[in-house]
Design a protein around this ligand. Structure first.
Ligand SMILES: *Cc1c(COP(=O)(O)O)cnc(C)c1O
Length: 386
C-alpha cells in the first residue's frame, strides 16, 4: 500500500541517490581507532575525531569499569530531579578549572549543549550573528531561539562589524566554530572579542575540534577570551576527549542561567554518571597528553609535506588535525574515496549540504593513534589513485 505522502518521500530518496548525495552508515565492529574493522574490512581510518586516541584507551576503560561498580548504569532522571550525580558534578568543576573559566555545565551531547547555550542567551527580541560555515547544531540553535538570524561570510569580520553596527536588537550573540569542522581553520578569537566588546554582544565559541588538541589540550581560547565574562566556551567530549557529551563554560551567572532556563538541559535525562567518571580520567589524560599532541602535530606536518604537489586535489590551509583535501565535484570525491577504500584506507567524501556545493572534499582527520607508516601509506595511495 502506498499513499501520496510516502511516494513523495520515496521520490526524495531517489533524487538523493541520483545526485550522489545518499548517505550510508558504515558498520563498526570492536573499538573505534586509527585501525578499525568497518563493514567487515580491516582499515586504517582517517575519519574519526578521536584525535588523541583516547576512545578505547585502557585507562578510560578501567575508569568505566570502576565507576560501574559504584554508580550502576542509568542516571534515572534529569539533572534537576535526582539525576545529578557526584561524578557529573566533579567533572564540571575539573573542566572549568582546566579551561580557565569560573563554572561549567555538562550535557549529553554537543548538539544539545549548543541548542541550550544559544537559546538561553537570546530570545525573540535578540539577534544571532553567525559565520556561514558554522556547525549545523549552531544553525539549528539560532533558529530554535526565535532570534533574528544574521549570517556573515566565512571569517569576514568586516561584514560582521557592519551587521553589528546596524543591529537594533538588545541581546546580541556572536556564534562561531572555533576550529571549523569541515575546513580545519581557526577563528581569530581576539578580533571577535573586540567586536563583541564594542557592540556589547556575547561571544559563543564552539571548540568541538580544538579542545584536547590546542594549547596543551585546553583548547583554542586566548588568555583574553579566558578572562572575559562575555565569552562562553563549548567543548564537545566525544571527539578528542574520547567519551561523549559536551561542556559549556563561562561566568557563574551564565551557567546558573542555563540551569534555570535552558530547556535542552532541563527536559532531558542526565547522561550515565559512569561517562562522567570516564571524562574525569580523560581530562587527566588530556592534561598529561603532550606526547600524544606532539605525535599528532608531526603527522599533520608529514601529511602536508607529502601532499604538497598532489594532482587530484588541493589540501586546504589548516594547522589542525582536520586536513581537508578539496576535490570539487561530488562524484569525483566519492570515486577517490572508493579507490582509497580498496587499498584499506577509509577517508570519507564530504558533500553538500554539509559543505557548499562544488566544494566536495575528502576530509582527512589525523590521530595520535596513527603511526608514521599509516600516514605514509595514505600519502602514497593518494598519489597513486590521482
Ligand atoms: C561534532 C560537533 C558538534 C556536536 O557535538 P556532539 O557531541 O557530536 O553532538 C557541535 N559542534 C561542532 C563544531 C562539532 O563538530
Amino acid at each position: 500500500m502506498t499513499f501520496p505522502a510516502l511516494t513523495r518521500l520515496q521520490d526524495g530518496l531517489a533524487a538523493l541517490k541520483a545526485g550522489h548525495l545518499e548517505r550510508r552508515r558504515r558498520l563498526l565492529d570492536g573499538t573505534q581507532g586509527a585501525h578499525a574493522t568497518i563493514d567487515g574490512q580491516r582499515v586504517v581510518s582517517f575519519c574519526s575525531n578521536d584525535y588523541l586516541g583516547l576512545a578505547a584507551d585502557p585507562a578510560l576503560v578501567q575508569a568505566a569499569h570502576a565507576a560501574l561498580e559504584t554508580c550502576g548504569v542509568g542516571a534515572g532522571a534529569a539533572h534537576l530531579i535526582t539525576g545529578h550525580h557526584r561524578f557529573h558534578h566533579e567533572f564540571e568543576l575539573a573542566f572549568a578549572r582546566f579551561v580557565g573559566k569560573p563554572a561549567a555545565l555538562l550535557f549529553s551531547t554537543g548538539y544539545m549543549a549548543n541548542l541550550a547555550g544559544v537559546t538561553a542567551l537570546v530570545g525573540r527580541h535578540g539577534e544571532v550573528f553567525a559565520d556561514k560555515l558554522n556547525h549545523a547544531s549552531l544553525v539549528d540553535a539560532a533558529q530554535l531561539s526565535g532570534a533574528s538570524f544574521t549570517r556573515y561570510r566565512h571569517a569576514d569580520l568586516a561584514q560582521l562589524e557592519g551587521q553589528l553596527a546596524a543591529s537594533r536588537a538588545q541581546d546580541k550573540v556572536i556564534v562561531s566554530d572555533l576550529v571549523f569542522s569541515m575546513d580545519g581553520d581557526i577563528v581569530p578569537v581576539d578580533a571577535l572579542l573586540d567586536l563583541a566588546e564594542r557592540y556589547d554582544a556575547w561571544l559563543y565559541l564552539d571548540d568541538a575540534h580544538g579542545f584536547g588538541v590546542l594549547n596543551g589540550g585546553r583548547g583554542g581560547l586566548t588568555e583574553r577570551a579566558r578572562a572575559s565574562d562575555r565569552v562562553i566556551y563549548l567543548a564537545t567530549l566525544g571527539k578528542a576527549a574520547g567519551v561523549a557529551g559536551a561542556a559549556v563554560a563561562g561566568h557563574a551567572g551564565v551557567i546558573e542561567w542555563l540551569i534555570q532556563k535552558a530547556r535542552p538541559y532541563i527536559y532531558t535525562t542526565a547522561s550515565p554518571p559512569l561517562l562522567a567518571a570516564c571524562l574525569l580520567e580523560s581530562l587527566r589524560q588530556i592534561e598529561a597528553g603532550d606526547t600524544r599532541r606532539e605525535r599528532l602535530h608531526r603527522h599533520v606536518a608529514q601529511l602536508r609535506e607529502g601532499l604538497a604537489n598532489l594532482t587530484c586535489g588541493t589540501l586546504m590551509e589548516s594547522a589542525t588535525p582536520i586536513q581537508p583535501l578539496l576535490i570539487g565535484a561530488n562524484a569525483d570525491a566519492v570515486r577517490l574515496s572508493q579507490a582509497l577504500l580498496q587499498r584499506g584506507l577509509l577517508v570519507p567524501a564530504i558533500r553538500t549540504p554539509t559543505v557548499p556545493a562544488g566544494t566536495a572534499r575528502l576530509r582527512i582527520t589525523l590521530s595520535a593513534a596513527h603511526s608514521t607508516e599509516d600516514v605514509a601509506q595514505l600519502v602514497e595511495a593518494l598519489h597513486a589513485v590521482a
